[in-house]
Design a protein around this ligand. Structure first.
Ligand code: ITT
Length: 215
């Protein structure tokens, strides 16, 4: 595996993997994810901000695997709930909660609330084994419905209504979602300067990797 031509996506969320892989097609790199490697220790996501957790995931994984690594830390911030579930989005209804249980708790907590404004946040961190990292971030505004709608996507997509499309994120295709989503926008920002990112990775990687004779 060439460390200068490989990018690992540090996630165990299949929904994220699909979206990120699709957005990275066409790059002169091989995209791997955690399923391509043996068991590796869990990252402790105990930061208080999306940025902190994104960096923890990318730097920890990159150090363990010795490969450039991209991570995504994201979540839904709801105005009437003072920004909750925020960084706790994945485990809002409990440590091993399913997407359906998280949506159910959200709808319960918002019952009777007139203010349904919410925003998805996404921070992308690309780290190299030395610990250096680049960060990209974006948000996407929407409204929380009273009942779930649609079968696509993951997480809170069935309850996240996007006014511009007059549909929830679970009622649109992955391509449509990527065009407007928090993750799509952050990744496109990265893609716009991907030549620079590749150069940065090359400069940051240990000398041994640059002079390796392996293909
Ligand atoms: P990894 O840490 O392994 O990447 P995770 O699902 O635990 O996977 P996060 O800690 O970043 O990831 O939590 C993100 C949660 O936020 C995710 O589980 C969803 O509940 C929600 N979320 C993020 N992006 C979303 C999207 O595009 N659509 C719907 N829900 C989303």
């Amino acid at each position: 595996m060439d460390p200068l031509k490989t990018l690992v996506i540090a996630t165990r969320n299949p929904g994220k993997t699909k979206e990120i892989r699709e957005l990275l097609t066409g790059y002169p790199i091989t995209v791997k994810n955690l399923d391509d490697f043996g068991p590796i220790p869990e990252v402790i996501e105990d930061g208080e901000r999306f940025e902190e957790n994104a960096y923890k995931k990318s730097s920890f994984t990159s150090r363990i695997l010795g490969l450039p690594t991209l991570s995504d830390d994201s979540g839904l911030c709801v105005e009437a709930l003072d920004g909750a579930p925020g960084i706790y989005s994945a485990r809002y209804a409990g440590e091993n909660a399913t997407d359906a249980q998280n949506c159910e708790k959200l709808l319960k907590d918002l019952k009777g609330s007139k203010n349904r404004n919410a925003a998805f946040h996404c921070v992308i961190s690309i780290a190299v084994p030395t610990g250096a990292a680049l960060t990209y971030e974006s948000t996407c505004q929407g409204v929380i419905l009273e009942t779930p709608r649609g079968e696509n996507g993951f997480g809170y997509d069935p309850v996240f209504f996007f006014p511009e499309f007059n549909k929830t994120f679970a009622e649109i295709s992955r391509e449509e979602k990527s065009r407007v989503s928090h993750r799509g926008k952050a990744l496109r920002e990265m893609r716009e300067e991907f030549d620079k990112v590749m150069k940065w990775i090359y400069l940051q990687m240990p000398l041994d990797d640059k002079f390796s004779c392996e293909e």
